[in-house]
Design a protein around this ligand. Structure first.
Ligand code: DSN
Length: 429
């Protein structure tokens, strides 16, 4: 897509956009929360739905001219319910943080107690971090992983729940590589009369594809972003039982949002349709296989994988045995065109801006068609880059190999630069 009008109106933004296309094309993205939305999703996101105000919900709006907005929002709702087996869906949250906020607003009163996974053990800011609204408005009891196994410590969670009698238990993580035992968390919650919110932002695509357990039957609320493994536009949704539908809808609007972003909702509907395809299911399965293979290859090269491996699309690497920090590693890999993020590991002695680990994910490289042989290539590139601070010539050589690997698996079909049909958009050529 050549952004003709944009180039004429604003050459500076057009140039930045063009540079971003090149950066995304020529970078190996191992950031676990990033992906490539299809061309169809990008078209809906960049559509005239951006012009429409549609406060309210389908059939009950505060503005005229909402018939087409109703159509796309109804499609998004029905598809979301079908994919996750939910009784009710609200597709309006602008982000995952706002989805979580809406659930808290609907069900809690400031000062209530919640249990959430510690950010430094893999949780998320909105699960009760002291600097986040969730940690400021609620009494948060963090739970985490076991020091030896680095697996979620359900006994600790059980103990804390009995001791503190929370109103809500948040299950879910943004940097935890293992399957979460949702039935067990439900049982713990039932023992103390707590609600359960499952935040599946990271694994939603895997769940949609049926290659990861679905918590919908065990949680009162399920929240997810739509742009990570789910491969849709930026945004989020909330799924819940019918009896909470009204409370959730009112918490989103008028509780904390005004006009829904209809262009994003249209794009969510498109992404949900794509998520029901066989091609999507295959890609999600491959995403997990690729993550396992990459973790194994890096471990064989001497890196320590937190908890010894992964069941999902991501894993954490503990860099302390290599005397590296997450920050140095992120920066060094960035210079050769490999993007990932520094991440705390459980019981991390380093500060959050330094970190002892990195988080590695395979959704983006899998979407661009990479498979097991490429995972071995990526592992080699990462290991060689980490061997020693590369001097300029070696760094340039590594960068060249990264670009060659990227160009063999182009993202052009997603950008409409080659092949424009749905097949080209849905899968790499
Ligand atoms: N920033 C997201 C992630 O990278 O996991 C979580 O919100």
């Amino acid at each position: 897509m050549v952004p003709e009008a944009l180039s004429q109106t604003d050459p500076e933004v057009a140039a930045a956009l063009e540079a971003e296309v090149t950066r995304q094309s020529d970078t190996l993205v191992l950031i676990a929360s990033e992906n490539y939305a299809s061309r169809a999703v990008l078209e809906a996101t960049g559509s005239v739905f951006t012009n429409k105000y549609a406060e309210g919900y389908p059939g009950r709006r505060y503005y005229g001219g909402c018939e087409n907005s109703d159509t796309v929002e109804r499609l998004a709702i029905e598809r979301a319910k079908k994919i996750f087996g939910a009784e009710h869906a609200n597709v309006q949250p602008h982000s995952g943080s706002q989805a979580n906020t809406a659930v808290y607003m609907a069900m809690l009163t400031p000062g209530d107690t919640i249990l959430g996974m510690d950010l430094s053990h893999g949780g998320h800011l909105t699960h009760g971090h002291p600097l986040n609204f969730s940690g400021r408005f609620f009494k948060v009891i963090p739970y985490g992983v076991h020091r030896e196994t680095e697996l979620l410590d359900y006994d600790q969670l059980d103990r804390l729940a009995r001791q503190h009698r929370p109103k809500l238990i948040v299950a879910g993580a943004s940097a935890y590589a293992r399957i979460i035992d949702y039935p067990r968390i439900r049982r713990i919650a039932d023992e103390v009369g707590a609600l359960v919110m499952a935040d599946i932002a990271h694994v939603a695509g895997l769940i949609a594809a049926g290659v990861h357990p679905n918590p919908t039957a065990f949680a009162d609320f399920v929240t997810t972003t739509t742009h990570k493994t789910l491969r849709g536009p930026r945004g989020a949704i909330i799924l819940c039982r019918e009896r909470y539908a009204k409370a959730i809808d009112s918490a989103v609007f008028p509780g904390m949002q005004g006009g829904p972003l209809m262009h994003a909702i249209a794009a969510k509907a498109v992404a949900f349709r794509e998520a029901m395809s066989d091609a999507f299911r295959d890609d999600q399965k491959r995403t997990i296989e690729n993550a396992a293979a990459l973790a194994q290859a890096l471990a064989a090269g001497g890196l320590r994988i937190v908890s010894g491996g992964t069941d999902t699309h991501l894993f954490l690497v503990d860099l302390r045995p290599r005397r590296l920090t997450g920050r140095t590693t992120e920066q060094r890999l960035d210079r050769v065109g490999i993007a990932l993020n520094k991440n705390t590991i459980p019981f991390d002695p380093e500060k959050p801006m330094i970190c002892s680990g990195v988080r590695i994910g395979t959704p983006a490289v899998t979407t661009r068609g990479m498979r097991l042989p490429q995972m071995r290539d990526i592992a080699k590139l990462v290991l060689e880059t980490l061997e020693a601070e590369p001097e300029a010539r070696r760094e340039a050589a590594l960068r060249e190999r990264v670009v060659a690997l990227c160009r063999a698996h182009p993202i052009d079909p997603w950008l409409g630069r080659r092949g424009t049909g749905p097949a080209a958009a849905a899968r790499p050529s």
